[in-house]
Design a binder for this molecule. Structure first.
Ligand SMILES: [Zn+2]
Length: 92
């Protein structure tokens, strides 16, 4: 994540430790991935052995972690900061 926006130079870190809350958002996203993949494995593979669940869910967590990390920070910015998208700034 950039420290400052490359277009409008906005400094993204609202205050020190602002993104600690993103851990909770990331946790919620990870739980959603676990529930969806676990449910899909249960239904599509007709309740296989435990190791099959682990073989599907653990790599998915690892592969999704760069995305969950970034989206958790984006959601944190949108939900808990006064920063909003401004189309006039984006079209510079
Ligand atoms: Zn910007």
């Amino acid at each position: 994540m950039f420290a400052d926006c490359p277009v409008c130079k906005l400094h993204f870190e609202i205050e020190p430790g602002f993104y600690w809350g993103a851990m909770y958002v990331s946790y919620a996203i990870s739980c959603a991935i676990l529930i969806i993949l676990g449910g899909a494995t249960l239904i599509l593979l007709n309740d296989p052995d435990f190791w099959v669940y682990m073989a599907i869910i653990i790599p998915a967590f690892i592969l999704a972690s760069p995305l969950t990390y970034r989206y958790a920070r984006i959601m944190m910015l949108y939900w808990f900061s006064p920063i909003r998208f401004d189309a006039k700034m984006a079209n510079k």
